[in-house]
Ligand binder design. Sequence first.
Ligand SMILES: CC(C)(COP(=O)(O)OP(=O)(O)OC[C@H]1O[C@@H](n2cnc3c(N)ncnc32)[C@H](O)[C@@H]1OP(=O)(O)O)[C@@H](O)C(=O)NCCC(=O)NCCS
Length: 335
Amino acid sequence: MTQPTLHQTVGTPFTRIYAVGAARGDLVVPNDDIVGPIDSSDEWIRQRTGVITRRRASDGIEAVDLATSAVTEAISKAGIDPSQVGVVIAATISNTVQTPSLAALVAERVGATPAAAYDISAACAGFCYGIAQADAMIRAGVAQYVVVVGAEKLSDFAKPDDRTISFLLGDGAGAVVVGPATEPGISPTVWGSDGSKWDAVGMDRTIKEHWENPEEGHPYLRQDGQTVFRWAVWEMAKVAQRALDEAGITSADLAAFIPHQANMRIINEFAKQLNVPESVVIARDIETTGNTSAASIPLAMHRVLEEHPELSGGYALTIGFGAGLVFAAQIVRLP
Ligand SMILES: CC(C)(COP(=O)(O)OP(=O)(O)OC[C@H]1O[C@@H](n2cnc3c(N)ncnc32)[C@H](O)[C@@H]1OP(=O)(O)O)[C@@H](O)C(=O)NCCC(=O)NCCS
């Protein structure tokens, strides 16, 4: 029997980021407001993490609300109609429910229905994972425009008396529109995972354990800070260097370096190991936003472009890393 040949899509050879949108929590929370229950100090948090204030969202504002604002801005700046969005990818670890997805609600709210919509759970690497997927989908002809949004309300998972991670966490969302381009705008993604360190950062217990002892509150985030710190400093600078190598550029060719905003000491260590020249703008959004996991890179990118509009069109090295452990790095042309 002869079969008809299947149709298979082929897309465009190149992709780029068209625009970035951002939304931060409405509250500015200084270190002094949170140090009491963790027996810490403003000085300790500033010195060890670089965080001076973090942005958190009021009660009643959820990650999906922040995501909707960020995506609305990105689509409007991209100059496309929401109906042209083929896929909405939301990177998040703090949706209010395990299912349904945050992405489907965002797609509906911004007028992108019936776009395909789903969430990815890759923690602080989630945004870069999303960019890798968007780039591949557009080049494969699966969609013409893909929205990638990192959205978190981590304050809901910050246990007030937790000394390991609570003081780092902030709330926000950052979104981009990815679409076809006439020249390369997103380099190959260097990504991976190391499940042998599955316990290094994540929730402090399972949902089932919570049912058994509900008086302890819902599961919260916790980490083995030193394990994550050492892994980030030793392994992630190598991943970032591989991303530069695969893109065929050096750190001297960058306009901006936009790493995950985990800790200022990690950012400074990366810059040193990668020989990032002084002419390159280094994102330091952690100072006033805190660590917003999947939202941190697009939020930092938005701020870099606001403060340095002249960098538009230049190359930015992005690298996300966190719970899993997972990581992803790529070079993007700034919109
Ligand atoms: C969490 C982190 C800031 C802690 O900093 P650190 O320098 O590793 O701190 P340590 O755990 O070595 O502790 C150093 C000292 O501070 C104390 N300390 C720990 N947590 C503290 C806190 N919240 N406040 C005040 N003191 C604290 C410790 O007791 C220790 O005191 P000692 O020297 O008297 O024994 C750091 O490890 C980190 O940023 N890790 C990676 C974060 C990250 O990227 N996470 C990824 C998920 S996004």
